[in-house]
Write a protein that binds this ligand. Structure first.
Ligand SMILES: Nc1nc2c(ncn2[C@@H]2O[C@H](COP(=O)(O)OP(=O)(O)OP(=O)(O)O)[C@@H](O)[C@H]2O)c(=O)[nH]1
Ligand SMILES: [Mg+2]
Length: 297
C-alpha cells in the first residue's frame, strides 16, 4: 500500500440504475464535478456502462452510470441491458434513481430492483420540479415495494442533495485501498468519449429515430503537436437516413461536425480537425458483429 493511504481508507463501486431519462448521467457528472457522461433530454441516451471515479483523501467511489431500464426490443437494447447487469454485478451499493416529476409506472424497474440483493439507496431526483406532497408520495410508493437502506432526494441539475448521496455511499463501501490512482477520472480510452460527444450532438440536433439508429466509429486518430486529426463514421441502419444526416448541400452534417468538434476541443484542450462520414450498415442494431465493433458488448 502507498504510504499516504490512511488505514481506514474505503473503496467500492456504486451503480446508478433507473429508468431512461431519470437523470443518472447528470447525477454521476454532478458527483464527479466533471462532464463525463453525455446528457440529453431524450430517453436512452446512455448505451454503455460508463465509469466515473471519485477520489478524496479517505475514499474512492467508482460510479457506474448505466443505460435506462427498458424491455429490450432489438440487439442494441439487449446489449444496453447487459451493461446494466454488469454494473449491478459489480456494485457494492446501488443508487436507484427516480425522476420524481414523472407519472409513476414502476412495474419494470421494480421487477428489476426486487431481484437485486445489493444494498440499495432510493434517490428521488428532479425535486426542483415538484412539490413536497409529490416527493413524499413517490417515496411511499417505492418503499412499499422494496426495502432500501436509505431514502434521499436530489436535484442533480442544481447540485442539491449530493453530499448526502456521497455520505450514504461511503457508509456502504468496504475498507480497501483505492483501485485506481487518485487522479484518474475514468477508465475508458479517449476515443470512447470522443465518439460519445458526437453521439450527443446527434441526439441534440436530430429528431425521432435518427439518434437511435446511429453508432459512431472512430476510424482514424492521429496527433500532431498543435492539432489532432480525427476521422469518424456515423453508422446508420437504413439507407434513407443517410440523406437526412447529410442534409441539403451537406448543411446538417456540417452543423453536427462543428458542434461536436467544439466539444471535443474543450475536452482535449487542443485544436481538432474532425472529419465525419456517413456509412450505411443495414440493421446494424441487430447484428452481433457490428454491435461488438461499435463498442456494444
Ligand atoms: N429539472 C431537472 N432536470 C434534470 C435533473 N437531472 C437531470 N435532469 C434532466 O433530465 C434529462 C435527462 O438527464 P440524463 O442525465 O441524460 O438522464 P439519464 O437517466 O442518464 O438518461 P438515459 O441515459 O437516457 O437513461 C436532461 O435533460 C437533464 O438535464 C434535475 O435534477 N432536475
Ligand atoms: Mg444517461
Amino acid at each position: 500500500m502507498e504510504p499516504d493511504i490512511p488505514k481506514d481508507h474505503k473503496a467500492g463501486y456504486a451503480a446508478i440504475i433507473g429508468k431512461p431519462n431519470a437523470g443518472k448521467s447528470t447525477l454521476m457528472n454532478a458527483m464527479l464535478g466533471t462532464k463525463l457522461s453525455i446528457i440529453t433530454n431524450k430517453p436512452q441516451t446512455t448505451r454503455n456502462r460508463v465509469v466515473g471515479i471519485f477520489s478524496d483523501e479517505n475514499a474512492q467511489v467508482i460510479f457506474l452510470d448505466t443505460p435506462g431500464l427498458i424491455d429490450p426490443r432489438y440487439g442494441l437494447q439487449e446489449s444496453m441491458m447487459r451493461a446494466v447487469n454488469r454494473a449491478r454485478n459489480d456494485a457494492d451499493v446501488i443508487i436507484h434513481l427516480i425522476d420524481g416529476s414523472r407519472l409513476p409506472d414502476v412495474d419494470l424497474e421494480m421487477k428489476y430492483m426486487s431481484e437485486v440483493d445489493i444494498p440499495s439507496i432510493l434517490v428521488i431526483n428532479k425535486t426542483d420540479l415538484v412539490d413536497r406532497d409529490r416527493i413524499e408520495a413517490c417515496k411511499k410508493m417505492y418503499t412499499s415495494r422494496k426495502e432500501y437502506v436509505e431514502v434521499l432526494e436530489t436535484s442533480a441539475l442544481q447540485g442539491v442533495g449530493l453530499t448526502e448521496v456521497m455520505e450514504a455511499i461511503k457508509k456502504r463501501i468496504p475498507l480497501s485501498p483505492p483501485y485506481y490512482p487518485k487522479d484518474q477520472l475514468s477508465e475508458h480510452p479517449e476515443r470512447f468519449f470522443i465518439a460519445e460527444m458526437i453521439r450527443e450532438q446527434l441526439f441534440l440536433q436530430f429528431r425521432q429515430e435518427i439518434p437511435y439508429s446511429c453508432a459512431i466509429n472512430i476510424v482514424d486518430y492521429s496527433e500532431e503537436e498543435e492539432i489532432d486529426h480525427i476521422q469518424a463514421e456515423i453508422v446508420v441502419d437504413r439507407k434513407s437516413q443517410k440523406g437526412m444526416l447529410i442534409g441539403k448541400g451537406g448543411q446538417a452534417l456540417k452543423k453536427l461536425g462543428t458542434a461536436a468538434r467544439q466539444e471535443i476541443e474543450a475536452f482535449l484542450d487542443k485544436q481538432v480537425n474532425l472529419q465525419l462520414f456517413v456509412k450505411v450498415r443495414e440493421k446494424w442494431r441487430d447484428k452481433p458483429g457490428f454491435l461488438r465493433s461499435y463498442g456494444y458488448e
